[in-house]
Ligand binder design. Structure first.
Ligand code: NAD
Length: 427
């Protein structure tokens, strides 16, 4: 049998470069673990997938039909869990890859979930608020037969936010006839969201960077960082690194521009600018540079926090960072991984399924609170996700997982963490 996604395997609805990348990563680990060939196909392809057409009345009186997707990767460990992405280029294959990565991430953090992902192929920045609400509600309405608090729980991802999660929850609750806040995570605190969820992914990224710095004996106050993507994850990571850890942020970027200032960027001012204007264009406290070049500029910490496949075989050899913290899902291609493996003593990689797991860990806390009508304080949530203390020790928290990697990677005589991590996720 040819591996899913390989040139000789038969065509499927998932055929796409991102799905092929996830399959290639799986094959590397499957070889490492000696997984039988006959067990590889079913462990790779999603359990279920649905595609829906969403007719929406636009403000100008026209009706547009948008494509929506939801993929549930596997259901062996519990209900599926995964974010909802609103991006123009979204495809079934990309959604399936993201669902597979969610499965690995949940298993690594010992959360009782299989992975899922969904979304709509739209550019949310081109829609009015009314249009965005209509798309969001129609998407959830179409998903009602496939999701549920014990079947598949949605959350935010690129292009979606707390408001969209609130519309999802409301649409589902109207259908059920009572408030079902456990159907989504990442919703506003006022309607059952948890304190700390919005910040969770970025904060988790920073916990791990601090741990890596301490292991590498780097003084944060003498370090610089570059962050690609200044949305939910990237902005929180930049703010937390700057104001909690004391790292100087010298570069940030979004889908429109990249800015660089060797003296340091005022990330609070950048955040305020984006809150008002929705992007970094015209932010004048730094030089605007080529967004592709930003990734290869000199810094101690490089944080890709936007889209997949930005570290490739073309730029991996040129990276000038000491720590590569993968806040985005799938930022590094397998070809780039091979180059980074050769550079293991120069660049310490914190792989995505560990680096950005803070989001799903706190989503799990939100779901548990919703199911049991608990209301935890922000310090309870933050302390629990960071340390795994007390009766909620169930999950293998980010900071518990990371120290285990060091002896494991040392055993192999290399510091490439992606290979030891994925077997941990399966185990
Ligand atoms: P977001 O929509 O809030 O922000 C995305 C940011 O990336 C925006 O600033 C956007 O302008 C920028 N961007 C888009 N395309 C870009 C490009 N080609 N180059 C540079 N910047 C670009 O999304 P987010 O929630 O912050 O998610 C970012 C990444 O983190 C995604 O890969 C997502 O899957 C991953 N992630 C998010 C969460 C979460 O809790 N939101 C959890 C785990 C992983």
């Amino acid at each position: 049998m040819d591996a899913p996604g390989s040139p000789n395997s038969s065509a499927t609805i998932y055929d796409d470069e991102v799905f092929k990348m996830a399959c290639d990563q799986f094959q590397v680990i499957a070889d490492y673990l000696n997984i039988d060939q006959s067990d590889r196909e079913w462990a790779t392809y999603p359990k279920r997938a649905v595609a829906v057409t969403l007719p929406v009345h636009m403000d100008d009186g026209s009706t547009k039909a948008f494509q929506g997707y939801r993929v549930q990767h596997h259901i062996a460990l519990g209900p599926t869990k995964g974010g909802t992405r609103f991006t123009l280029s979204l495809s079934m294959g990309e959604t399936a890859a993201l669902a597979m990565w969610m499965s690995w991430k949940c298993a690594l953090a010992q959360l009782p979930y299989g992975g899922a992902k969904g979304g709509v192929a739209i550019d949310p920045t081109k829609l009015s608020r009314n249009e965005l609400e209509a798309v969001s509600r129609r998407y959830m309405q179409e998903m009602i037969p496939f999701v549920g608090p014990h079947t598949d729980i949605m959350g935010p991802d690129m292009g979606t936010n707390e408001q969209i999660m609130a519309w999802f929850m409301d649409t589902y609750s109207v259908y059920m006839g009572y408030a079902v806040n456990e159907i989504v995570t990442g919703k506003p605190v006022a309607i059952g969201g948890t304190e700390g969820r919005r910040e969770a992914t970025g904060r988790g990224v920073v916990y791990l960077i601090e741990r890596a710095m301490s292991m590498l004996k780097l003084n944060p106050e003498k370090c610089t960082a570059i962050v690609q993507g200044f949305g939910n994850v990237g902005s929180v990571a930049a703010l937390s690194l700057a104001y909690k850890s004391g790292v100087k942020i010298v570069g940030i970027s979004d889908a429109y521009t990249a800015i660089y200032n060797p003296k340091g960027i005022d990330v609070k001012a950048a955040e305020q600018h984006v809150l008002k204007k929705r992007h970094l264009k015209a932010f004048d406290q730094a030089n605007h540079v080529d967004p592709n070049e930003l990734l290869t500029m000199k810094c101690d910490v490089l944080i890709p926090a936007a889209v997949d496949r930005v570290i490739t075989e073309k730029n991996a050899a040129k990276l000038q960072c000491r720590i590569l913290a993968e806040a985005a899902n799938g930022p590094t291609t397998p070809a780039a991984d091979l180059i980074l493996e050769q550079r293991w003593d120069e660049i310490f990689v914190i792989p995505d399924i560990l680096c950005n797991a803070g989001g799903v860990i706190v989503s799990y806390f939100e779901w548990v609170q919703g199911l049991q009508s608990f209301l935890w304080t922000e310090s309870e949530v933050t302390f629990t996700s960071h340390s795994g203390h007390g009766h909620r020790r169930r999950t293998r928290h980010q900071s518990q997982t990371s120290p285990r990697l060091v002896p494991m990677s040392g055993d192999k005589g290399s510091f490439d963490l992606r290979i030891p991590l994925l077997p941990l996720a399966r185990g």
